[in-house]
Structures are given as C-alpha cells and as structure tokens.
Design a protein around this ligand. Structure first.
Ligand code: CMC
Length: 429
C-alpha cells in the first residue's frame, strides 16, 4: 500500500478504504464509495462557507496566511508594489509571466484604447438616480456590456477571451469616473489614453476643463500601488463567484458583474467603507477603549480587522500604512483618523481577545484613510477595490475556463426538510 493514502474505517460497517492523497488533499468524490447499503448515495463532506475545501487547482496567487505571505505568480507582493505597475501586474496575473517590452507596449496600448466606452453606456448612466451607489452603477454597467458584445459568449476562443479582458480592464475606470461625476452632477471627462492607467482615472474624476491640468504623480503612483495590492487574492468570496458563474459558460461581463456584487458586501470589499465609518464613529483616541470593550462583548466588529486566511499581519496592510503618509505629504491634510487607526491597532494587537483569535489589520483597515485623503467619497471605496480586482477575477476565470478538471459548479446539500407528504387544498389547511 502506498504511503500517500488516507486509510478510513467506517465503523458503521467495519469496512476499510484507502483514499489517495495528492497535494495534502483527498478528492471529496473518492468518499462516495463509502456506503452502508449499495444503493446509498455515498459519503459527502459538509463544509459551509468552504472553510476547508479546495475548489480548484490554481497557479495564480499564493497566500501563506500564518506567515503573512502574498505572491502573484511567485513574485512577492512587496517587490511588485515597489517595482511594477498595475497594468504589468494585470498582465502577469492573466498571462502567467511578466511581459517583455514589446508585449508590455501592446498590452498597455490595447487596454488604454479600450478605456473608451460605448455611447449607449454613457446614455445609460443618465438614468441612474442622483444618489445611486456607484458600486451598483458599476455592477449594472458591467452587466449591460454583454448586450453590446454578444461574441463574448464564445468563452472557449482565446482571442475572444483576450478582447473581453482588454475591454473590461480598460472600461472599469471610465465607468467608475462617470458614476462619480454623475453623482455630483458634473459632465463626464472622456479618457485620455496617452496617460498611464491610474493617471487617466484621476484625470477623468477631477478635470474641470483646465487645459493645463496635470495629475499629481505621487497621487497617481499611490493609487497604482493600491491597485497592485488589490489585484488578486485567490479564492475569496467574489473570485469564487466569478469562477462559479463563469463555470456555466456565460460571458465574462455577466460573470464579472456577479463577482462585483459579491465584493460590494460589507464583509468583503465593502469593509473599507465600513472601516472608515467606524473610525469616524469612534471620533477620538480617547473613545477607543470603550469601543474595544463593545467589540469584545460581541456588540460590534472591528471593521478592517480579521481575515479568513491571514492569521498574521496582512502584508498588504503594511504597505498601505506606509503609502498613507506619502499621500498626506502631498495633500498636506493629515487625517486625524490615522491617529485613531494607529492607536486602535496598537490596543487591539496587545489585547488577549484579538491575540487569541489572531485578528490583525487587513487590507481595508488603512486603505479608506488614504482614499479619504485623496478626496474620494466613501461610497467610491468598494469601486476602487473592484477596478483592480477585475484583473484577478479575469485571470481566475480564464484559468477556470481552460481547466479540464472543472465543470459547472454545483455543490451538494444535506436535506433536512419535511419528508414526502401530499398536497392539501387551501380550504383544508
Ligand atoms: N472584530 C471582532 N471580532 C472578530 C472580528 C472582528 N473584525 N473578526 C473575527 N472576529 C472574531 C469572531 O467574533 C469570532 O470570535 P468567537 O470565536 O469568539 O466567536 C472569531 O474572531 C472568528 O471569527 P469568524 O467570523 O469565524 O472568522 P471568519 O473567518 O468567518 O471571518 C472576516 C473573516 C473577514 C469575515 C471577519 O474577520 C470580519 O468580519 N472582519 C471584519 C470585516 C472585514 O474587515 N472584512 C474585510 C476582509 S479583508 C478584504 C477582503 O478580502 O474582502
């Protein structure tokens, strides 16, 4: 018998089973042979929220949650944040390798060319109410693009896939900027494809018709780094949704609007919004101990703290904390919220409640403070997460579509409802 197996004894029947182990994992379907009666369905695993189930094999992102390590295609996040650009990282995630100069020029040119939006989308923007959440606008505007490009359904054609990837990565900043301008009643700025990705986004948000408008390079660099940090995070809630919807072979616009919907929730990409609101609610350093006590009583959660995977300091939070000070140097507006955040972090990291549960700051703890210093309204924060995460969603989707192991996602359930019974007419109930 090979050592690389797991021996299971079913005490109901006394039967023994040897199940192969690969990558420290057993295949759940290998448990199906474990039955009491020959016509039983067979053994399943019960794993709500996929706490201990690998749903795919992937070569994209590696996380060691205990050591606080994050790597894209093997490259440490710290090196990418320091030396790369968001579009280069997007290429790396999607194509698997860093581009050479020629590949990079072509990639950047294709994406920046697709920053322009279909006029129908511009007209659609007008129908949203003045106070629509920009994330809802983004979700709708991504979904509607499947009506413009019906060929996107052809998900097995690599050329078709690549074109939709250019379209989505290119369009998202334009949709986000239009949503922002719509909300404040200003005319939209059309993209300037001669600018880099982050600068063009800032230009579309801010330009008030000045001919000599110049994007602050430090702000653009800070935003580009934030985009790199948010680009992928393996099988999180929204990425699993992207893969799950995509597994039905629907077009990527539809799948990505679903993934963006998952990101919008307050426990996921909406957490940066919630973290900033929490810091505002705390209001001053003096109020922190009372707030921490309420968290420990279970009345509140410390938003921007804790992570399903990281049981150590989130490496992205470390980089973000440093950028915050770079941004304050430009804006000359040091937010008092950073003082609350730093103190809150210190108290929490030394409190047994947080230490025992291994709760550390995550990516969302400091990002909201930077976005606030840059002048973004709070409800734009999840949008600022969705723009770069699209690169990860698309990389994971393309990997899934080509993965021979994958089929339409279809979990099982344990049915605990009523046994078979006969219909009773309403008069007899
Ligand atoms: N504040 C206070 N207690 C917490 C927190 C928190 N932020 N997070 C977890 N706990 C406690 C929780 O009450 C539980 O305690 P007990 O064992 O006594 O019941 C224990 O820690 C384990 O929590 P859990 O809910 O089982 O952990 P999870 O892996 O299901 O949740 C999480 C992960 C991120 C949803 C959670 O930590 C949380 O709600 N954090 C706040 C929201 C947040 O910052 N989300 C952003 C995540 S990072 C960006 C992203 O990837 O989306």
């Amino acid at each position: 018998m090979s050592n690389n197996t797991l021996s299971i004894t079913d005490n109901r029947t006394g039967k023994n089973y040897d199940v192969p182990i690969e990558h420290d994992t057993i295949r759940a379907s290998d448990l199906r042979q474990i039955k009491v009666k020959s016509d039983d369905f067979g053994m399943m695993t019960y794993d709500p929220a996929y706490m201990n189930t690998a749903s795919c094999k992937s070569e994209i992102t590696y996380i060691d949650g205990d050591l606080g390590i994050l790597e894209y295609r093997g490259y440490p996040i710290e090196q990418l944040a320091e030396k790369s650009t968001f579009l280069e990282v997007a290429y790396l995630l999607i194509h698997g390798e860093l581009p050479n100069q020629e590949q990079s020029d072509y990639w950047v040119q294709r994406i920046m060319r697709h920053t322009y939006v279909h006029q129908t989308l511009t007209r659609l923007m007008e129908v949203f109410r003045y106070d629509s959440h920009p994330m809802s606008i983004l979700i709708s505007c991504v979904a509607i693009q499947s009506t413009f490009y019906p060929e996107a359904r052809n998900v097995d054609d690599p050329k078709v896939r690549e074109k939709q990837i250019w379209r989505i990565i290119g369009r998202l900043p334009t949709i986000a900027a239009f949503a922002y301008r719509h909300r404040i009643g200003r005319p939209y700025n059309y993209p300037d494809s001669t600018l880099d990705y982050a600068s063009n986004f800032l230009y579309m948000l801010d330009n008030m018709g000045e001919r000599n408008y110049e994007v602050d390079p430090i702000m653009a660099k800070a935003l580009d780094i934030l985009f790199i940090l948010h680009a992928d995070h393996e099988q999180n809630c929204s990425t699993s949704v992207m893969r799950s919807i995509g597994s039905s072979r629907v077009d990527p616009f539809t799948a990505l609007s679903g993934a963006a919907g998952a990101l919008y929730g307050p426990l996921h990409g909406g957490a940066n919004e919630q973290a900033l609101l929490m810091l505002r609610q705390i209001g001053s350093v003096a109020n922190i101990p009372t707030y921490i006590e309420r968290v420990k009583k279970g009345e509140l959660r410390l938003m921007g703290f804790g992570h399903r995977v990281y049981k150590n300091y989130d490496p992205r939070a470390k980089i973000i904390k440093k950028i915050a000070y770079d941004v304050f140097n430009v804006t000359k507006k040091r937010s008092h919220l950073i003082d609350i955040a730093v103190e809150l972090e210190q108290i929490a990291l030394n409190d047994p409640y947080f230490v025992e549960r291994k709760l550390y700051p995550n990516v969302d703890f400091y990002s909201g403070i930077i976005y606030q210093a840059m002048g973004f309204p709070i409800d734009m924060y999840p949008v600022l997460f969705a723009i770069p995460r699209a690169a990860g969603w698309l990389a994971q989707w393309a990997e899934m579509v080509q993965d021979k192991d994958q089929k339409i996602a279809r979990p099982r359930q344990i049915y605990l409802g009523a046994p078979r019974r006969d219909y009773v007419t309403i008069a007899e109930r």
